[in-house]
Design a protein around this ligand. Structure first.
Ligand code: CA
Ligand code: CA
Length: 661
């Protein structure tokens, strides 16, 4: 307790310990300030007292603790009301119609003020209604930057945007009156009636009104502020953008692309200013701050917009086959964009109009040659040039018609006796990829037999020496796009079978062999015969034969159908060629051969294959009489024995006769 010696006393006093009309009190947490209206002074405790009836340390407004007279000077007060201290000391010197400012905490009694507001000098105390005068100022407050004063008799609050540093400084803002020269009281939202106390927390100003018996709260700084760029457009294609601002109480604005507003300066508030974006495409952020006339600022608002003037690059189409494809490919599109980035791709197929597609796109097109155009849009709506390419699609497998062999319809089966002719016509759609190849396999063997197609697609091929019994022919016809047509049928071979392999030709990769003439004959049991006149000798298991020089001499047999047989007669250096018929029968007439031994080499050619090793047949040719004399030699020999026996009989009979005699 201060001002009284104990809790039971209430006397007035003008001493270091006593008060007269202590009204307003302020503390900064360290010091204590008390304004005594009737003592016309402010006493200062340098620390908050902790004992009753403690003495003040410093008195201002009076030269000492025992004086209380009022005056209008630099160091005297007249009815001081309110105190505020934050390094500077503000005192409302009410009856002197002024505010006194001490630039630092007074440390001596009767210290003079540094600044007087409301009066042109320290010795004038007239009231007035201007931006520089007061009429009974009561409350005083500062936020460290501004000074607030309740000017009670003028029914207004004055705001100084900066703490005055010279006497008679004018206020910047008036609240409660439309201007600085009106002083009517009122009980409305905008008027005041006897404002006394005030407080500011930095965001709000609180004003207590004596006559209106209310406290008004003013929100400081512009309220309900917002802004948009180009009517909330996401993209701008010009650097100059239009802003749309909305705010209550905005007086000035600060706009920048920098969040700390470096380089920007406050401009008069406008609800529709323009702003020139920095150079370079891409996303820009605009920062905005507003402030009111008391320079209370809003928070920082920001909005983004992307500046984009360049269209995307031309689209690269990937995975587009360069030639005929047999299915719709999955295409990928790529383009780059400065500014906003790629938004979408559009494709136009065969000039059928543009459609939006994603970067990975699988068309669903029929066979044919298709023209694709693709373009890219960026997010701001700019479009690239169109990239054009062609897609060749052949979804149709080729077809073929088999004219030979004629097949049993139900079982797709035919019968042959050793060879079979495949003939027919293959075709692919005229406007599509065209035929590539026709081949077949037999009984799923690995070997593919290629069948030549002429320009019109006709083919003719003889398969020979299918194995005895049933074989399956697998036909495959391919077009250039890779479409395959397959066709299977069965052949029942009732003729002779092949020598070793199923197809009659032993496959070795792309090479193949044909069995030698005699080997084939031995394999199949078909005899090779030599015909001499009307006499036929079999050569089945022999590679040599004795004959006479009697002509004509023919070599005959049955081998691969249509095979070519080549004989080389070494002694005559003569080559003979013949061809087997469709059943494989052949006959070669040999020239007349001299008596002696003749080597005859044989080769067989089948399709494009020829026996690698020649087969040797040795013919021993004897003179014609040789075979004739043989017969008679036997007769002569028989006659000789008969003569000999007759002679012996005669001789023995003669001997027996002599001995009897
Ligand atoms: Ca762009
Ligand atoms: Ca086709």
């Amino acid at each position: 307790m201060l001002g009284q010696p104990d809790f039971n006393t209430a006397i007035l006093g003008t001493t270091q310990r006593d008060f007269n009309t202590p009204r307003n009190i302020f503390s900064d947490g360290e010091r204590l300030f008390i304004a005594e209206r009737n003592n016309n002074r402010v006493v200062i405790y340098n620390s908050i007292p902790t004992s009753n009836y403690a003495p003040a340390d410093v008195v201002i407004g009076q030269p000492d603790f025992d004086t209380s007279s009022w005056a209008t000077t630099q160091s005297k007060f007249y009815g001081p009301h309110e105190i505020y201290f934050d390094g500077k000391l503000f005192i409302s010197d009410g009856f002197n119609n002024r505010i006194l400012i001490y630039n630092s905490i007074p440390t001596t009694n009767g210290a003079p003020a540094d600044i007087v507001i409301g009066q042109p000098d320290f010795n004038t105390r007239t009231s007035g209604t201007t931006s520089q005068k007061f009429s009974g100022p009561y409350g005083v407050y500062s936020d460290g930057k501004r000074m607030f004063v309740t000017d009670m008799g003028n029914h207004r609050v004055l705001i100084y945007n900066s703490i005055p540093t010279s006497n008679y400084a004018p206020a910047d803002i008036v609240i409660g009156q439309p201007d600085f020269t009106t002083k009517t009281s009122g009980t409305t939202q905008r008027k005041l009636y006897g404002p006394l106390g005030l407080f500011c927390d930095g965001k709000r100003l609180f004003v207590g009104e004596y006559n209106n018996r209310r406290v008004l709260i003013y929100y400081l700084g512009p309220q309900n502020s917002s802004f948009s760029i180009n009517n909330n457009a996401l993209y701008a294609d010009a650097r100059e953008v239009g802003l749309s601002l909305s705010s209550q109480g905005a007086y000035q604005m600060l706009i920048s692309e920098s969040s700390n507003f470096s380089g920007a300066s406050w401009q008069t508030y406008s609800s529709s200013p323009t702003f020139t974006l920095s150079d370079g495409e891409g996303e820009k952020t605009l920062y905005l701050k507003l402030r009111d006339q008391a320079e209370f600022e809003t928070e920082t608002f920001s909005q983004k917009i992307t500046y984009d003037v360049s269209p995307p690059s031309a689209v690269t189409i990937s995975n587009l086959p360069s030639s005929w494809a047999n299915s719709n490919p999955t295409l990928t599109f790529a383009a780059t964009d400065v500014g906003s980035g790629i938004d979408r791709y559009e494709i136009n197929i065969n000039d059928g109009g543009w459609n939006t597609v994603s970067a990975t796109y699988t068309p669903n097109l029929p066979s044919g040659t298709h023209t694709l155009q693709v373009k890219a849009y960026d997010k701001s709506g700019k479009v690239s040039s169109a990239s054009s390419d062609k897609l060749y699609l052949d979804l149709e497998p080729p077809t073929f018609k088999l004219s030979q062999p004629s097949l049993d319809k139900a079982n797709k089966t035919t019968t042959d006796t050793g060879s079979i002719v495949l003939a027919g016509k293959a075709q692919d759609q005229k406007t599509l990829s065209g035929l590539k190849e026709l081949y077949f396999t037999v009984n799923n063997s690995q070997t593919k037999w290629k069948v030549n197609l002429d320009k019109a697609g006709y083919f003719h091929y003889t398969i020979i020496n299918l194995r005895k019994g049933e074989s399956t022919i697998h036909f495959k016809l391919a077009d250039k796009a890779g479409n395959l047509t397959s066709f299977d049928f069965k052949v029942e071979n009732t003729g002779f079978g092949p020598p070793i392999t199923q197809e009659g030709v032993e496959a070795e990769g792309e090479q193949a062999k044909v069995l030698p003439l005699l080997a084939y004959m031995q394999q199949t049991g078909k005899p090779l015969t030599i015909t001499i006149g009307n006499k036929t000798l079999t050569l089945q298991d022999k590679q040599s034969l004795q004959i006479t020089d009697k002509s004509p001499l023919a070599l005959a047999g049955q081998i691969y159908p249509n095979a070519q047989i080549t004989l080389f007669i070494q002694s005559k250096e003569q080559t003979l060629i013949t061809k087997a018929d469709e059943k494989g029968y052949f006959s070669i007439t040999l020239p007349k051969l001299k008596v002696g031994t003749h080597n005859i080499y044989s080769q067989v050619t089948l399709n494009d294959y020829t026996t690698e090793k020649e087969h040797l047949l040795t013919l021993s040719v004897k003179p014609a009489w040789y075979s004739f004399s043989n017969i008679y030699f036997d007769l002569i020999l028989a006659l000789f024995f008969l003569t000999l026996v007759t002679f012996l009989v005669w001789f023995l009979k003669k001997r027996r006769f002599k001995s009897k005699n």
